[in-house]
Design a protein around this ligand. Structure first.
Ligand code: ACO
Ligand code: ZN
Length: 281
């Protein structure tokens, strides 16, 4: 019932102010009733508290001493940082993040049970602080081998490679766990495009080196990408043949080169040597 209500409700909050940006929202988000009649909400870009009036935000900014997401900085390379925030330890922050994210996520039944999730916040840092550009959430324990629940790049930062960075990061965490992973379904159109782009680029780069002498299982072990996702990506690229009841990779060099040329930009690289992290216990 709750889900149905959310789908039939119309978009309420039309714009938000967050840091330097005023952002138009995309979808309905179930803010508490006292906020849901506002056309615009003002967010503190650091603690993600939201307010109905600009003066409230200005007053808040004078006393809010947070300059980065609450939690551990687990990655820094140049001006990019990743923070890991535990939903159980930072309930208010992560609930605020969910409200904010839902404004740009359509189909997701968002979990407000933040306790069960870790949140990975990507920031651009400068002398004023660490400014969130996007994030993904991840279940602490997933039965279905999901390594990512929700992913978002804030609209002013989209199409710059941050989405693929976040996706790459989620697979680096899976590699450290020694597990394969897959994103929670359903994927949005933009989510699918980004994943397809990432999977295509990673697999083509490996196939280019190994020609056809590699199996889907080996690809999966190397990349932490689930075998099903590898198969569907390679089928999509017409690099799979079905022989004697088995799927075989058939990576013709000419076909590979054609796909590599067409594949999008690599996105921002994750420098694994800068990741300091141990899996959640
Ligand atoms: N039009 C066409 N293609 C696009 C667009 C667009 N507007 N945006 C992204 N893409 C595709 C492109 O193929 C792009 O690669 P390219 O630039 O090399 O061609 C690829 O997606 C990834 O682009 P990035 O710049 O790395 O990704 P971005 O930072 O824009 O983030 C994301 C992608 C996270 C999906 C973003 O669009 C977003 O936050 N959307 C709203 C929320 C959402 O839909 N999240 C996914 C839900 S599914 C889930 O959470 C499991
Ligand atoms: Zn604040």
């Amino acid at each position: 019932l709750r889900e149905h209500e959310e789908f039939t409700k119309v978009k309420n909050i039309a714009t938000i102010e967050l840091g330097r940006y005023e952002i138009e929202t995309w979808y309905f988000s179930p803010f508490p009733p006292e906020y849901s009649d506002s056309l615009k909400l003002y967010f503190c870009e650091f603690c993600l508290n939201f307010m109905k009036r600009k003066e409230q935000l200005q007053r808040h900014m004078r006393k809010c001493d947070l300059k980065h997401p609450p939690g551990d900085e687990i990655y820094r390379s140049g001006t990019l940082s990743m923070f890991e925030v535990d939903g159980k330890k930072n309930k208010v922050y992560t609930q605020n993040l969910c409200y904010l994210a839902k404004l740009f996520l359509d189909h997701k039944t968002l979990y407000y049970d933040v306790d069960l999730f870790l949140f990975y916040i990507l920031c651009e840092c400068d002398d004023r602080g660490c400014h969130m550009v996007g994030y993904f959430s991840k279940e602490k324990h997933s039965e279905e081998s999901y390594n990512l629940a929700c992913i978002l790049t804030l609209p002013p930062y989209q199409r710059k490679g941050y989405g693929k960075f976040l996706i790459a990061f989620s697979y680096e965490l899976s590699k450290k766990e020694g597990k394969v992973g897959t994103p929670e379904r359903p994927l949005s159109d933009l989510g699918l495009l980004s994943y397809r782009g990432y999977w295509t680029r990673v697999l083509l780069d490996i196939l280019k080196k190994h020609k056809s002498n590699i199996s889907i299982k080996e690809l999966s072990d190397m990349t932490a990408i689930k075998a099903d996702d590898i198969l569907s990506t390679l089928q999509n690229l017409e690099l799979i043949q079905y022989r004697k009841g088995q799927h075989a990779i058939c990576a013709d060099p000419k076909v590979l080169d054609r796909h590599l040329k067409a594949a999008g930009r690599g996105g921002l690289e994750v420098d694994v040597s800068k990741l300091i992290w141990t899996p959640y216990k």
